[in-house]
Design a protein around this ligand. Structure first.
Ligand code: AHR
Length: 480
């Protein structure tokens, strides 16, 4: 058994635990929409076709904001196709996922679903095959109250009130050669800046997200962000980041340490953005929208795409997750919280079926995967002020990241109820005996220890408590 120590103090404030850190993502990909959130004829479907069993699990997951409709899909999407009478909607080729898109589900259905799920919508505009005008049309349709052709079209389609969507992604992963409409940083930066400037003329209240790199390993990483932000800095509010961690090679020690990589990624994007801000003499500081993150067994995707022709809603990357994957997801959430001062939005990708916490059978049941649980518990308990913790911890070696700290922690203090939640991951295989020093919170008297694989354990004392964290485990130590 190794030992570690953590001191928690209300003075070590990082920032607020923004609810938008607990976002998710619904893309027209695989069975995320069709057979996922939407399945007319399913025993639980409402008259619109929305699966109530999936809606219930979405609410239980505690998701706050949902990004839609892509992802790679959005870079070839015509948003108008998904509006109006369903019988008149065109069938199209979706080049991103080699799929037939029926358009039976579109923006208006998504907004009904979002309201029922109690989530904030976050929309992406197509800057792959389209440009400024189409983005403006979509914004006018969604947010303008009425009295113009597009806003009246929305009203005719049943939505009298504007959707008032605040979060808008200016395209998706345009740095990636796989992206339909892939661009250089200068090409994308110019287009994103012009789109942003015009969108704010229609609705100055929107927050806009410029595309950062598709992942930290891209050859253009950091240079892409710098160039894009030189064009867009004054017009946008966020720069995006995406990352997926792949356990396919079986290197368990490295996958359990994935959050070390996310941590460095965030620091590098912040440094790059602040460099541009300084260079432009602009005192505004951008936040990161970490709008795609998860564990993904990526080696399976090409196989899924290669073995078939054009079909509707094929099963794509329906990864099954292990207990270790759930620990990784819990640690990634700890990392996002540790950067609550600079990460303002985060979306786990995706919500249902496609690398997702929720899975469904078409026509059948819906269930929770292992990664559902750390997300739901963190979303439920990380309320209030995020506090910095500096664990005194042993480290261990990993092939991918070298020596890494075995213990990862963050604390969140609920200023209203006084409750303190400490999230802790033991990334190593050796059990850790951790002393949590809570003496700066004299009002706390009882503590419970929650894990992913057993009932909560009640600890009778607060003040200084010692808790054993099993090897490769996610833990919540909650005091009130
Ligand atoms: O989430 C799956 C895909 O991963 C998204 O469509 C894309 O943006 C990313 O590469």
């Amino acid at each position: 058994m190794h030992t570690a120590r953590v001191v928690i103090d209300p003075a070590f404030r990082i920032g607020e635990a923004d609810r938008r850190l607990f976002g998710s993502f619904v893309e027209h990909m695989g069975r995320c929409v069709y057979g996922g959130i939407f399945e007319p004829g399913h025993p639980t479907a409402d008259p619109l076709g929305l699966r109530q069993d999936v809606l219930e699990l979405t609410r239980e997951l505690g998701v706050s904001v949902v990004r839609y409709p892509g992802g790679n899909f959005v870079s070839g999407y015509r948003w108008e196709d998904g509006t109006g009478p369903v019988g008149d909607r065109p069938r199209r080729l979706d080049l991103a996922w080699k799929t037939i898109e029926t358009n039976a589900f579109g923006l208006d259905e998504f907004m009904v679903w979002a309201r029922a799920a109690g989530v904030e919508p976050m929309l992406a505009v197509n800057l792959g095959t389209r440009g400024v005008q189409e983005a403006l049309d979509l914004l006018e349709y969604a947010n303008h109250p009425g009295g113009t052709s597009l806003s009246d079209r929305r009203r005719k389609h049943g939505a009298e009130q504007p959707y008032d969507v605040k979060l808008w992604c200016l395209g998706n992963e345009l740095d990636g050669p796989w992206q339909v409409g892939h661009k250089t940083a200068d090409e994308y930066g110019r287009l994103a800046a012009e789109t942003a400037r015009a969108m704010k003329l229609i609705d100055p209240s929107v927050s806009l997200i410029a595309c950062g790199s598709s992942n930290r390993g891209m050859a253009t990483f950091a240079a892409w962000e710098a160039t894009v932000l030189e064009h867009t800095y004054e017009h946008v509010d966020y720069i995006s980041a995406h990352t997926y961690y792949d356990p396919s090679d079986g290197d368990r020690a490295s996958i359990l340490a994935s959050a070390v990589d996310m941590d460095a990624f965030i620091d590098e994007v912040v440094a790059t953005a602040d460099h541009v801000g300084a260079k432009l003499r602009n005192r505004k500081r951008l936040k990161i929208s970490f709008d795609e993150w998860n564990v993904w067994y990526q080696s399976r995707l090409q196989h899924d795409l290669d073995r078939r022709g054009w079909v509707e809603a094929p099963a794509l990357i329906e990864d099954g997750y292990t207990a270790a994957d759930a620990v990784v997801v819990g640690d990634l959430l700890i990392t996002l919280l540790r950067h609550a001062d600079r990460v303002g939005v985060a979306c786990q990708a995706q919500l249902v079926n496609v690398i997702a916490p929720i899975r469904t059978d078409t026509g059948g049941r819906a269930w929770r995967q292992s990664i559902f649980h750390p997300f739901a518990l963190t979303a439920r308990h990380a309320r209030g002020t995020v506090l910095r913790t500096e664990p005194v911890t042993p480290s261990h070696d990993t092939k991918r990241y070298g020596p890494v700290p075995s213990l990862s922690t963050v604390a969140v203090h609920d200023d209203e109820t006084g409750a303190l939640s400490v999230f802790a991951v033991n990334r190593g295989e050796t059990p850790l005996s951790v002393e949590f020093d809570l003496r700066a919170f004299p009002g706390l008297t009882t503590t419970e220890h929650l894990t992913l694989d057993g009932p909560p354990r009640r600890l009778d004392t607060a003040g200084r408590i010692t808790v054993e964290l099993a090897g490769a485990s996610w833990n919540l130590i909650r005091s009130s």
